[in-house]
Ligand binder design. Sequence first.
Ligand code: FMN
Length: 332
Amino acid sequence: MITTKFTETFGVDHPVVQGGMQWVGRAELVAGVANAGALGFITALTQPTPADLADEIARCRELTDKPFGVNLTILPTINPPPYDEYRRVIVDSGIKIVETAGSNPAPHLPMFHDNGIEVLHKCTSVRHAVKAQSLGVDGISIDGFECAGHPGEDDIPGLVLIPAAAEKIDIPMIASGGFADGRGLVAALALGADGINMGSRFMCTVESAIHQNVKEAIVAGSELDTALIFRPLRNTARVASNAVSRDVVDILDKGGRFEDVKDLVAGVRGVKVFELGDLDAGIWSVGTAMGLINDIPTVGELVARIVAEAEGLITGRLARMVGSDEDERVLA
Ligand SMILES: Cc1cc2nc3c(=O)[nH]c(=O)nc-3n(C[C@H](O)[C@H](O)[C@H](O)COP(=O)(O)O)c2cc1C
């Protein structure tokens, strides 16, 4: 067992989190993560309506009696989803942990806290982490440049971002972006985090309800196979490098506007990748951790393996490096 401030505050066995993932964060995966003793989040906005979210939470409860949470991604869109209704469903369903991301969580905090819900806020810069801490969130998930989805515009990888944030954050903090195995977990702990959050790695598991072609593409892919779209629009997203994402980069680099790529990046196309397994149907998120993902295990196997590998590293190779007797030391 690895016990940290995070496992104690959020009441889970292992310091491992499955963050919200549009089209991927559904009941089977989240329940698998919960049953493995880690913390999973159902992605609220994957459900077309608040009523569908209530059904998905109920479905997840049938699959596990362990705690799990809901991710609420707050996007600055022209036609925002009915956030207050999604929030009401989260509260009424008895959820006790929410992952917020995408924007300032302040408007959502009073209602969550009044109902005994802990909020884990995911952000991509030290200044946003500090701001969220001052607003009273219960934990921070600090997401480095390696990550799938939105890495922000500062381009600071975890090796610097995590310790820089750790110096300013007193509440439990987990590290996110580029984690896939026990080595990453140990590194995150060494850098000052209390655990790790993973998206891409959990996407590529038996329980993740996406097409097998996508999982196999992740296994076949390397750390070089992602693309950063929307850079000129300052709304960067890390996605798989494919025909569509390369087109989007090209059009925007040549001075195109969002309207020129709107159809290419539409969610209706992206969801086809996950449902039909057509890898060039649209854009789909995945991170550089792809270079570390070589199999499609069950979630239970994955979490157990990560924790065992981390424990083995801490008590084995690393401990031997600091042995007091020169004979005990092993050159690693
Ligand atoms: C397919 C996919 C969809 C994602 N959708 C969301 C989302 O809707 N909201 C969110 O907060 N994060 C989203 N993320 C980001 C993950 O929660 C997590 O922060 C990220 O994957 C961490 O980086 P990693 O992929 O290197 O582990 C998504 C990630 C993936 C892979």
